[in-house]
Design a binder for this molecule. Structure first.
Ligand SMILES: [Fe+2]
Length: 179
């Protein structure tokens, strides 16, 4: 196993912090996101992106403290900058844009209403709902579709009591998406 995959897997196993404002850990949240991507028959690169999408929260020192201080840690950029050294573009670009995807999707009232309280709070710190100009520009992004899909899996991946996969189940997937 490459040393970076070893390091990543170890982080999923040792990090016990809760996903901010939710009832699952960050690790469970990311694994569930990947599980939903698989259920949806997504491409391997999108499953891998889903699995790693909040990796920036593992790197940020204290994500919860930032939220309490009403600051945005820009976890999507932190994760992207780290992961792009090791993973393919198709994996890291949707990660970089998954917050933009949320800001785009929130333009829809129905979507906005299903956001959890924690998710609404972070949305405001992240720049709020996209305006028309931003949305038009974002739609032309090559990774628009994948980022939107990723965000949809992200949104539902906060469930308690579902049968979970382990990070070890994704070792081959991680390996095959290295650049
Ligand atoms: Fe997430």
């Amino acid at each position: 196993m490459s040393s970076i995959i070893k390091k990543i897997i170890k982080n999923y196993k040792t990090n016990k912090s809760l996903y901010i404002g939710e009832k699952v850990t960050m690790t469970e949240h990311m694994i569930q996101t990947a599980m939903f991507a698989e259920k949806n028959e997504s491409s391997p690169s999108l499953v891998c992106a889903s699995l790693l999408h909040d990796y920036g929260h593992f790197i940020l020192e204290d994500p919860e403290k930032l939220v309490n201080k009403k600051e945005d840690g820009k976890h999507e950029n932190v994760g992207y900058l780290f992961l792009k050294k090791y993973f393919n573009k198709n994996v890291v670009e949707p990660i970089k844009y998954h917050v933009k995807a949320k800001r785009y999707l929130a333009r829809n009232q129905k979507y906005y209403q299903i956001l959890s309280p924690a998710s609404v709070a972070s949305l405001h710190l992240q720049g709020g709902v996209m305006n028309d100009n931003e949305a038009e520009k974002f739609k032309k992004n090559m990774y628009f579709k994948d980022a939107i899909q990723l965000r949809k899996f992200d949104e539902v991946a906060k469930k308690n009591g579902i049968k979970m996969k382990s990070i070890n189940d994704y070792e081959n997937l991680l390996n095959s998406n290295l650049r």
